[in-house]
Write a protein that binds this ligand. Sequence first.
Ligand code: AMP
Ligand code: ZN
Length: 114
Amino acid sequence: MNDCLFCKIVEKEIPAKIVYEDERVVAFRDINPQAPTHILIIPRKHIPTTMDIGEVDKELVGQMHLIAAGLAREEGLEDRGFRLVLNCNKDAGQEVFHLHLHLLGGRRFSWPPG
Ligand code: AMP
Ligand code: ZN
């Protein structure tokens, strides 16, 4: 995808604080953190939104969650807890149309969300 910000991060055309990467997934710190830990976990594959996840992506999406759990453990969030967020389209305020799982932790979050 030529004009996708997160594809450019995957391709290392734009710098990011990468905390994890493998052949299918990249994770990096959010540029505008909303909590002491704010990491974005993304597939290397360009998938715009949750609505574009296909049967073929089931394992990839599962892997993103496993990586989120591993990073939460590394960040010392295992026991105290954390939040995973995946915004889809307008009402959720999605800004970057390349699937990304937010890992947020290190402070208390309210519910329901704003
Ligand atoms: P969303 O609203 O779910 O689409 O979230 C997009 C997230 O991407 C926001 O939390 C932004 O702060 C973050 N973001 C935007 N540009 C960058 C960047 N260049 N590097 C890291 N995070 C970014
Ligand atoms: Zn992309």
